[in-house]
Design a binder for this molecule. Structure first.
Ligand code: MG
Length: 396
């Protein structure tokens, strides 16, 4: 397997960022940006070593930032090296520091891109098996204008433009040679990425798809946005709740199950409409958010709920979930009885619940079973129902 070293460029002062602390050492959700970046790279199984290029003034804060470094795949964090006055110079010095180890491949990555995910690294590394230089890119979606002063002098054809990201992947010997070549022969402005250095040396650079999440944090606003995005990712979690209910038969000619009126030789006894399916569902929804049970909100002693349609119980639970910023992922209800037969009404039940909870019907399941003539349901004394609900919470 090819040996691959990640070279992380962290020597910048962050002039667009403001403050005394270079942005790569700022905290994002309690961890340094550079720490998050190193962890993301080190966890990729293709990365065997990491080297960071730092500013000489940052040695202490660098060591504090990486004190808890560990990669799940055993990647080794090498000692840092000092960078130069420009990004290009810093990368050059980083590459020169690796000549003894001479990896086959190198991934050059900005320290301020902590959200790099493995699919992007996978694509870069896969393309490196056939190419010397590979960069992840994204299309340009905004219309681009050419400006002169405050006026517009033209519109740029964006179809041929892409936005370049990192990590940019190279065969080590080729990019080292390209950087040496650029130092000796390029006397214009600084090249702002390593693909430009490769292009200048005549290497073919090919592109693979980058990732929209792989943003570079360059301003305080970027940091705040990244913090929010990170919080949302961290806080999103799935909760489940279960519910169970039983109502006994009494004389009558219909039952209401999961919101659907079904002609029958008996009715279900209860304070409300005795919809055992919706009662179990309500308890499952309340259970998932730790909000007690149906009796807490709708005590059977309260005359307001006499003969009430049980949809209002489900709607109350739904409202509590919505107030928490939650979303119902799916629900599954099982009705347990010998009679009436449920199958002819299942589609209507699913539709009723999907509409009540504003859900896609494919996320709603209603099933039925008998107890083989055993127990109270087997003796046609009543109907039981159980339900499970899965809820995604993003708020807390
Ligand atoms: Mg009940």
């Amino acid at each position: 397997m090819n040996k691959c070293t990640a070279l992380i460029v962290a020597a910048g002062r962050g002039s667009r960022f403001g403050g005394d602390l270079p942005k790569q050492y700022c905290l994002l959700s309690g961890r340094t940006i550079i720490g998050l970046t190193l962890k993301a790279l080190a966890d990729h199984p293709g990365v065997s070593e990491l080297r960071v290029v730092i500013h000489p003034d940052d040695l202490d804060i660098y060591h504090r930032a990486v004190a808890e470094f560990s990669g799940s795949s055993g990647a080794v964090l090498l000692d840092p090296v000092y960078g130069g006055a420009s990004r290009q110079e810093s990368v050059y010095l980083g590459l020169e520091s690796m000549t003894e180890k001479a990896p086959n491949l190198v991934l050059i990555h900005d320290a301020a891109r902590p959200f790099i995910r493995h699919p992007v690294i996978d694509r870069v590394m896969a393309a490196l098996s056939d190419h010397a230089a590979v960069i992840p890119t994204l299309p340009v979606t905004d219309t681009l204008k050419r400006r002169h002063g405050n006026g517009i002098t033209g519109t740029v054809d964006r179809s041929r433009l892409v936005r370049a990201q990192t990590p940019q992947g190279f065969r080590f010997c080729d990019i080292l040679a390209a950087h040496r070549h650029a130092r000796e022969n390029a006397h214009g402005g600084e090249m702002t990425d390593d693909a430009a250095v490769a292009e200048f040396a005549g290497l073919d650079v090919i592109t693979v798809d980058g990732g929209e999440e792989n943003v570079k944090i360059t301003s305080q606003q970027d940091l705040r946005q990244a913090e929010l995005a990170n919080m949302n990712i961290r806080r999103r979690e799935t909760r489940t709740g279960t519910g169970f209910d039983v109502h006994r038969f009494e004389s009558g000619n219909s039952v209401t199950l999961c919101g659907v009126l079904i002609p029958h030789t008996a009715s279900l006894a209860g304070h409300s409409d005795a919809d055992v399916g919706l009662h179990a569902l309500t308890d499952a929804l309340l259970g998932a958010i730790g909000e007690g049970d149906i009796g807490h909100y709708f005590p059977p002693t309260d005359p307001r709920w006499t003969d009430a349609a049980s949809a209002i119980f489900v709607e109350k639970a739904f409202e509590l979930i919505t107030d928490l910023g939650g979303r119902i992922v799916n629900i599954d209800i099982t009705l347990i009885c010998e009679n009436p037969k449920i199958a002819p009404y299942r589609a209507a039940m699913k539709e009723f619940i999907a509409i009540t909870l504003d859900m896609d019907p494919t996320r709603v399941s209603v099933k039925a079973t008998t107890t083989e003539g055993l127990g109270f349901t087997g003796r046609n004394e009543g109907i039981a129902a159980q339900a499970i609900a899965s809820i995604e919470l993003t708020g807390g």
